[in-house]
Design a protein around this ligand. Structure first.
Ligand code: XMP
Length: 315
C-alpha cells in the first residue's frame, strides 16, 4: 500500500541529500509539477525558482489561476511570457510528434535561460511513471513522446531531477492532498497543452477556438456533476479538428470547423473508458459551443472510443 506521508519524508530527505545548489522547476500548474514544486520548495526553500511559462497554449484563465495558487503555497515563482516564441516555432507544423518535440525543446530553452539568470545547476520536472513508460521506457513502443521526456534535446546544460518518476497518477494525487494543495483533484492536462488539441497547424486563432470550446465543456460538466446529473469524469476537454463541413446559419450557408468533445474515466491514464454523458448535457455543450463560435465552428461531435485502441488525447 502506497503511503504518501512516508513518500514525502523520504523524497524531501533525498532531495536535500542530492541538491546542494540552486534549482529551477518547470511548473504548469498541473498536479504533477505542482507537487514536485512544493516538495522541492519544502526541501530547499529559496534555492528553488519555480518557472511557469505562458506559452500561449494554456486554458482560459489558467495563467492567473496558477500565479495565485503558487503565491498561496508560498513557492518562490516567476511567470515568463514566451507565447510568441512558441507560435513562431510551431508555424506550419502539423505532425503530432514534431509538435511535441518542438514544444519540449522550446520549454527547455526557456528554462535554460531562466536557470542561467538564477544561477541554477538543476532542472526539476514533474515526470511520472506513465510519461516515460509511454515514451519508450522499458520494452514498450514509443506511443507518444511526452513533452517532458521524449522532447528533451540531446544537449542540455542542466542536470535533470525527477522526484515523482516512480509514481502513478493516483499516488501523486494522494501526495498532493497530503501536502494540502487545493488543485489536487484537478484533471490532468498534457504538457504540450492545447497544441495537441488543435489538429493541424497551431495558430493563435485555432488555439482561441479550442480554448473557448474547452472552457464550455469544463463548465457544463462541472455544473452537471454539481446538479447530480452525472459524476465528474476523470478527464474532459475539447479538440479542434481541421475538418470543415457545411452547415446553415440563419438562412445562409456556413462552412466551419469541427469540435470534438472527449470525456473519459480512468485510474492512471494508461487505459480509459469513454464516459456515457447524458444526452441533455451533450446538447447543452453543443448548443453553447455553436453559439459561442458562430461562423467558425458548425459541428460538435462526441468521441465514444476507449483507450485502447485510441489514446486519451488525439495527438
Ligand atoms: P494519452 O493521450 O497518451 O494520455 O492516452 C494519457 C494521459 O497523459 C496525458 N498526457 C500528457 N501528460 N505530458 C504530460 O504531462 C504529455 O506530453 C502528455 N500527453 C498526454 C493525457 O492528457 C492523459 O491524461
Amino acid at each position: 500500500m502506497f503511503d504518501p506521508e512516508k513518500f514525502i519524508t523520504s523524497a524531501i530527505d533525498q532531495i536535500r541529500e542530492r541538491i546542494k545548489e540552486r534549482a529551477v522547476i518547470a511548473c504548469s500548474g498541473g498536479v504533477d509539477s505542482t507537487v514536485a514544486a512544493v516538495l522541492m520548495s519544502r526541501a530547499i526553500g529559496e534555492q528553488l525558482l519555480t518557472v511557469y511559462v505562458d506559452n500561449g497554449l494554456m486554458r482560459k484563465g489558467e495563467n492567473s489561476e496558477v500565479d495565485a495558487m503558487l503565491s498561496e503555497l508560498k513557492v518562490n515563482h516567476k511567470i515568463v511570457d514566451a507565447s510568441e516564441e512558441f507560435f513562431e516555432a510551431l508555424k506550419g507544423v502539423i505532425d503530432p510528434e514534431q509538435k511535441r518535440k518542438i514544444i519540449g525543446e522550446k520549454f527547455i530553452r526557456v528554462f535554460e535561460r531562466e536557470a542561467r539568470q538564477f544561477g541554477a545547476r538543476y532542472l526539476v520536472q514533474g515526470t511520472i511513471a506513465p510519461d516515460w513508460i509511454e515514451s519508450g521506457g522499458g520494452l514498450r513502443d514509443v506511443i507518444k513522446s511526452h513533452h517532458n521526456v521524449g522532447g528533451l534535446p540531446a544537449s542540455m546544460d542542466l542536470d535533470l531531477v525527477e522526484p515523482l518518476r516512480d509514481l502513478y497518477k493516483d499516488e501523486v494525487r494522494k501526495v498532493s492532498r497530503t501536502l494540502g494543495i487545493r488543485f489536487s483533484e484537478r484533471q490532468p492536462f498534457p504538457g504540450p497543452a492545447l497544441a495537441i488539441r488543435v489538429l493541424g497547424e497551431v495558430t493563435p486563432e485555432a488555439v482561441s477556438l479550442v480554448r473557448e470550446a474547452n472552457a464550455i465543456v469544463e463548465e457544463e460538466l462541472v455544473r452537471a456533476a454539481e446538479a447530480g446529473e452525472m459524476a465528474l469524469p476523470w478527464q474532459y476537454f475539447a479538440v479542434l479538428l481541421p475538418v470543415k463541413s457545411v452547415g446553415v446559419q440563419g438562412d445562409a450557408r456556413a462552412y466551419g470547423r469541427t469540435i470534438v468533445v472527449r470525456a473519459v474515466e480512468s485510474v492512471d491514464g494508461m487505459t480509459a473508458n469513454y464516459v456515457k454523458i447524458p444526452h441533455d448535457v451533450l446538447e447543452r455543450i453543443s448548443n453553447r459551443i455553436s453559439n459561442a463560435l458562430k461562423d467558425k465552428v458548425n459541428r460538435v461531435l462526441y468521441d465514444v472510443t476507449n483507450k485502447p485502441p485510441a489514446t486519451i488525447e488525439w495527438e
